[in-house]
Design a protein. Structure first.
Length: 381
């Protein structure tokens, strides 16, 4: 997840325009610097780093720049040495190709080979111009330096704002997903809401939804750690944002488990609509009894991620969980409830942390979390 730090989750025309303007400016500055330096008349390698390195993740620019520079250096040295010692094209080209592929994977990261090694080696091999290898090194170095040094100063993104917007987007999407599930369970699995909630076609998009909280948390952690000069521009994070991001990351796992288990149970045909007066309701009574539990859990999570008070909603959700457990004690029903139960546990931990932060025990005062049952603790079973 570390590569998804400052990615805006809703691309606005302003953000697209800023990205394009940043790329054009960095490429133009690199180009004219090399023309002034006199490396060549068409310093294309100087403009390429702006195209290939500039991403929304500002924190990845130094790493990508270093990887590109290392690939160019190795490619230039590899092709120059082989051309010096092996002059026959019948042998030199296969050797350049083979050694370039080996260097590409040796200098790359798992799942991401450093393609610049092979590209540079082939370009030096094909361009039989004296001084081209040195010029390519110089132009690449200028382009990378401009991107790393000038790029962050051009409309730097606010990582705290990106994390907040991502959290709001996740909260809205989860609320709509759970609302669709409850509407579908109330009206029967033939309802469009239920089909959309548990259909396999919805899984790729939903996978991105469950990954979103961790990306937001990465944005917050990197900005808070001060790994970039952008920290001073970002200012202070909103109050309570770190705790809500932790809650979103935990509940993403628990709700993903719940929705997948619900989908598997629905696809097995356990909730096929019966005939008769109740044809619009699921045949499985345990599924239909989940409607109030899912609805109250969704309300509690929405309020918690919004930063509002959710203690009463959590108490109601836990009471409904106990009632459903008593009415449907089978092992399969317990598995179906597990995701919701773990969501309640995450909400309770978040509530305790909020209370502990708001009321810090002073000298002679007891810690509110000393083992005694609190309002958010479930009654003993």
């Amino acid at each position: 997840m570390s590569g998804l730090v400052a990615v805006p989750y809703v691309f606005t025309p302003g953000s697209r325009l800023r990205s394009a303007a940043r790329l054009v400016l960095c490429a133009a500055v690199s180009w004219y610097l090399c023309l002034w330096w006199g490396t060549s008349t068409t310093p294309v390698p100087a403009a390429l780093p702006a195209v290939l390195i500039l991403r929304e993740d500002v924190y990845a620019w130094p790493r990508m720049g270093w990887e590109r520079l290392a690939g160019v250096v190795v490619g230039v040295v590899l092709s120059t040495v082989l051309l010096h010692w092996v002059t026959n094209p019948a042998w030199s080209f296969p050797l350049v190709l083979l050694c370039g592929c080996a260097g590409m994977y040796l200098l790359g990261r798992p799942g991401s080979p450093n393609q610049q090694v092979l590209i540079t080696a082939l370009m030096v091999y094909a361009t039989a111009v004296p001084g081209y290898p040195l010029a390519r090194l110089e132009e690449t170095l200028v382009g990378i330096a401009v991107v790393v040094l000038l790029g962050p100063l051009l409309w730097p993104p606010d990582p705290y704002r990106s994390a907040t917007e991502g959290l709001d987007g996740y909260r809205t999407a989860v609320r709509e997903l759970l609302a669709g599930i409850t509407r579908g369970l109330e009206r029967g699995t033939a309802a469009p809401e239920a089909v959309a909630a548990v259909a396999p076609a919805a899984l790729p998009e939903r996978a991105g939804l469950w990954l979103r909280p961790q990306a937001c948390r990465d944005a917050f952690d990197r900005a808070a750690a001060g790994r970039s000069l952008l920290r001073r521009r970002a200012g202070n994070p909103p109050e309570g944002l770190d705790g809500r991001l932790v809650l979103a990351s935990r509940t993403a796992l628990t709700l993903q488990y719940f929705t997948q288990e619900l989908g598997e149970r629905t696809r097995r045909g356990s909730c096929a609509a019966p005939t008769g007066p109740a044809a619009d309701r699921p045949h499985d009574p345990a599924l239909y009894a989940l409607v109030p539990l899912v609805r109250v859990t969704a309300d509690a999570l929405d309020a918690a991620l919004l930063g509002s008070d959710f203690a009463e909603l959590l108490d109601r959700a836990r009471a409904l969980d106990l009632a459903h457990r008593g009415a449907h004690p089978s092992r399969h029903d317990a598995v179906l409830r597990a995701g919701l139960h773990l969501t309640h546990e995450a909400l309770a931990d978040h509530l305790r942390l909020r209370f502990r932060g708001a009321v810090s025990p002073g000298p002679g005062r007891e810690d509110p979390d000393d083992g005694a049952p609190t309002r958010s603790d479930p009654p003993p079973v």
